[in-house]
Design a protein around this ligand. Structure first.
Ligand code: SAH
Length: 335
């Protein structure tokens, strides 16, 4: 009996091992296929991305959002960030998924109230309006895009929030605010634009009130494996194309952010990877770009926006390859 048992166990072990090997090799195979496809798309897009003027980073970011924000708002609404689509969740609109992203982020970070927030990289102020309505708080938003700052102020005034919310053009790396002004420091998908992540986190920590909370939701590359010093050449090349189109500097990983948070003496640090929760997003964006309204809007908006649209499939591939990560980090400034 014992013998049969152990031989059954041995067979089961061998079968499990074979299944694991099979799964590993098929997942390696799948990864290779995705990488080849990404390489192909990238090769086709590369020459197109080189057409037109290449502005320095800050001017590029400002003009990218000046040019594309109106189209985005008309197609997607208030929020220029990923939606939250948990696996097995009920079907929902993209707009609801974006609101859920804000709600789930606040819940995850344990934020139950705020009196004054700063919205760093505020877009047209969607997060500020939502959170101000939820908590009754004030908000100051900063963006590099004059178009966005004006539109955010216009929407706040039109929605009766003009006395609580103010938006202006300013650099997140040199914020026009005093030390410790805000009990909620919020950066929703702006960190990927910051050329100096250390200065970015330093400024977030400086404007945060003692006991206040900082939240960054951002794009990162995967965490490097032990002994790995840099990403693989094909991964770097894919990110370069994305950076060219979206005016992004070099990327970092969530492990790098965690180190920067510790360096600033922040406490209660927590991170999360929601790459799976946002997986449907780029497919949805691509779908909306290929409608009659999307195509005519892209043509009207201009070349920078068209380049942004062409790179969308590369973002989707980057996620599929496990290279691009949608991550969150939060921490508190000690009392
Ligand atoms: N948080 C908004 C917009 C995200 S788009 C939303 O979720 O809807 C990225 C935003 O980051 C844009 O508003 C862009 O102007 C801003 N941004 C990028 N680099 C910046 C910098 N150095 N200083 C301030 N804002 C910046």
């Amino acid at each position: 009996m014992a013998c049969t048992c152990s031989s059954t166990a041995a067979i089961a072990d061998r079968q499990a091992l074979a299944t694991r090997r099979g799964a590993r090799s098929s997942s390696r195979h799948q990864q290779r296929r995705v990488a080849v496809r990404a390489g192909l798309v990238e090769t086709l897009i590369k020459p197109v991305l080189q057409i037109g003027e290449r502005l320095p980073l800050k001017e590029g970011i400002a003009s990218f959002y000046d040019e594309s924000s109106q189209l985005w708002e008309s197609m997607w609404g208030d929020h220029m960030h990923h939606g939250y689509y948990p696996k097995g969740g009920a079907p929902k609109s993209n707009q609801q998924a974006q609101i859920d992203m804000i709600e789930e982020t606040l819940k995850w970070a344990g934020v139950t109230g705020a009196t004054k927030m700063v919205d760093v990289g505020c877009g047209i102020g969607g997060s500020s309006r939502h959170i101000s309505r939820k908590f009754g708080c004030e908000s100051r938003g900063i963006t590099l895009s004059p178009f966005q700052a004006a539109r955010a102020n216009e929407l706040a005034a039109a929605q009766g929030l003009g006395d609580k919310l103010q938006f202006q053009v300013a650099d997140a790396l040199q914020q026009p605010f005093g030390d410790g002004e805000f009990d909620l420091v919020w950066s929703m998908e702006s960190g990927e634009h910051m050329p100096d992540k250390q200065q970015f986190v330093r400024e977030l920590a400086r404007v945060c009130a003692p006991g206040g909370r900082i939240i960054i939701v951002t794009w990162c590359h995967r965490v490097l494996a032990p002994g790995e010093a840099v990403l693989k050449p094909e991964e770097q090349s894919l990110l370069e194309r994305i950076c060219e189109a979206y005016y992004l500097p070099a990327w970092c990983s969530i492990a790098d952010y965690e180190r920067l948070f510790r360096e600033q003496g922040l406490t209660d640090i927590k991170t999360a990877d929601w790459s799976e929760e946002v997986a449907p997003f780029w497919g949805e964006v691509i779908k909306s770009a290929f409608t009659a309204e999307g195509i005519s809007g892209l043509l009207k908006a201009g070349w920078t926006t068209i380049k942004g649209a062409l790179v969308m499939p590369l973002m989707a591939e980057g996620f599929r390859m496990g290279l691009v990560k949608f991550v969150l980090i939060t921490g508190r400034r000690p009392e």
